[in-house]
Design a protein around this ligand. Structure first.
Ligand code: GFB
Length: 400
């Protein structure tokens, strides 16, 4: 409580009212009082887990860079809970919003950017419900190019709405504004600057704002801070040790594949191989890389019947095949999201990896392998279609 003994207040942070320093003359002491403001964001409901991880990075970097520049110190990023993801098909406990701590080491993420879990914000916010001052619903412009040029811009538009708040009914908003937006994420500060008094703002369709820069040191600093939650790492390591007989994060005795099927096998036939073709490509890769390896770890979203067919093909070719089949208890504990991360961790420890073209699930494994220090020639490999052109995957190597 501020009493008469507090005689003066100073504004910090370049004259903006971002934090207050309160000095008490009687005690001759000063302390800062935080004046926190919060950015919420959400992503198009149909987007999967691994694109969402990338959207997080765009916002986390935006906030981290703002802090580093010494401006906008009061802003925090609220992590949108994981809720009702389209690809999460297991029928376990009823669908509840899951915090980021279920999958990631949030303390490590906080070492990079000023983030808070939504449940922490509920604790901090004195008002209930939390009332968001303004939701900006981002939309694409009808035509991204003006006279053949991509220009960064935004304009207020109409015809949008926002339904959501991850199933919570104790969040609401005063105003929803539709914005046609194209450009880098730091341009969102222009929108934030329109109403300097706002304390809680939100961007819906956050995926529309692009990275300021991709693959830079800052990108990788952020990416490295996204460590997985310990329980998931432990479960993956148990599997690697017990079945793949390796006890380091850089195994030399198995290769891993991410075999994305489902919609990829149906609609992207020019990018993915048949079952027989997959087995043949694995054989060729092993022969080229290290013909002593005979263990193949498969991460996949394929139907069990297709997985068994691939297993039969690979067994005929002399390979021992491994995959992680979560028990009911594992699914209850880790949920679909955690089970997928366990697959990703196991793939990341392998001597050699082959991924699926343009799958963000594969991209995240490649990044993990870069962080672990695998030679990039063992990482940036993809399955090709049985016939036709096969573009080499881009190499996004780590920067320190
Ligand atoms: O993560 P994600 O965006 O990767 O979505 P893509 C695919 C989801 O399918 C994952 C499951 O988050 C998992 O829930 N999944 C895929 C897997 N592969 C595996 C696997 O090997 N193991 C396990 N356990 N689960 C995007 C989609 O997928 O591709 C978009 O999100 C769209 O909706 C686009 O379809 C073309 O980038 O592969």
């Amino acid at each position: 409580m501020i009493t008469k003994s507090f005689l003066f207040l100073t504004f910090l942070a370049f004259g903006k009212q971002e934090s207050l320093e309160i000095c008490e003359v009687e005690n001759q002491s000063c302390h800062k009082v935080s004046y926190e403001k919060y950015i919420f964001y959400d992503v198009n409901p149909s987007e999967g887990f691994n694109l969402r991880r990338d959207v997080y990075m765009r916002f986390a970097i935006m906030l981290a860079e703002a802090q580093e520049s010494g401006r906008r110190l009061s802003w925090r990023l609220v992590l949108p809970p994981w809720y009702n993801l389209y690809h999460w098909k297991s029928v376990t406990k009823k669908n509840v919003p899951l915090p980021w701590g279920s999958f990631f080491d949030v303390k490590s993420m906080q070492s990079f950017s000023p983030i808070v879990e939504l449940y922490d914000l509920f604790d901090k916010a004195k008002q209930h419900p939390v009332i968001i001052d303004r939701i900006y619903v981002l939309q694409n412009f009808a035509d991204a190019f003006e006279n053949g040029e991509f220009i960064e811009k935004w304009e207020v538009s109409s015809g949008c709405n926002y339904e959501g708040f991850w199933g919570y009914n104790n969040i609401t908003a005063k105003e929803v504004i539709c914005i046609n937006f194209q450009g880098k994420i730091s341009k969102l500060w222009e929108l934030i600057g329109l109403h300097p008094q706002d304390k809680y703002i939100m961007f819906a369709h956050g995926e529309i704002a692009l990275h300021d820069a991709y693959g830079t040191k800052t990108y990788w600093d952020c990416r490295r801070s996204m460590k997985f939650n310990d329980q998931l790492v432990q479960r993956a390591e148990e599997f690697v040790s017990k079945y793949l007989e390796c006890s380091t994060k850089m195994c030399n005795n198995y290769i891993s594949i991410h075999w994305r099927r489902q919609d990829f096998a149906r609609y992207r036939k020019k990018d993915v191989p048949s079952i027989k073709g997959t087995a043949q490509q694995i054989k060729k890769a092993v022969k080229h890389f290290n013909s002593y390896i005979n263990k193949v770890y498969i991460a996949t979203d394929a139907a069990i019947s297709s997985l068994r067919d691939l297993e039969i093909e690979l067994t005929h070719l002399g390979f021992s095949v491994y995959y992680y089949m979560p028990s009911k208890a594992d699914i209850e504990k880790f949920r679909d999201g955690g089970v997928a991360i366990i697959d990703q961790i196991i793939c990341s420890y392998a001597a050699y990896f082959i991924g699926t073209h343009e799958s963000t699930f594969s991209f995240r494994i490649q990044e993990e392998r870069e962080i672990l220090g695998h030679d990039s020639s063992s990482t940036f490999n993809r399955f090709c279609p049985d016939s036709g052109p096969c573009e080499r995957p881009s190499k996004w190597t780590i920067v320190y």
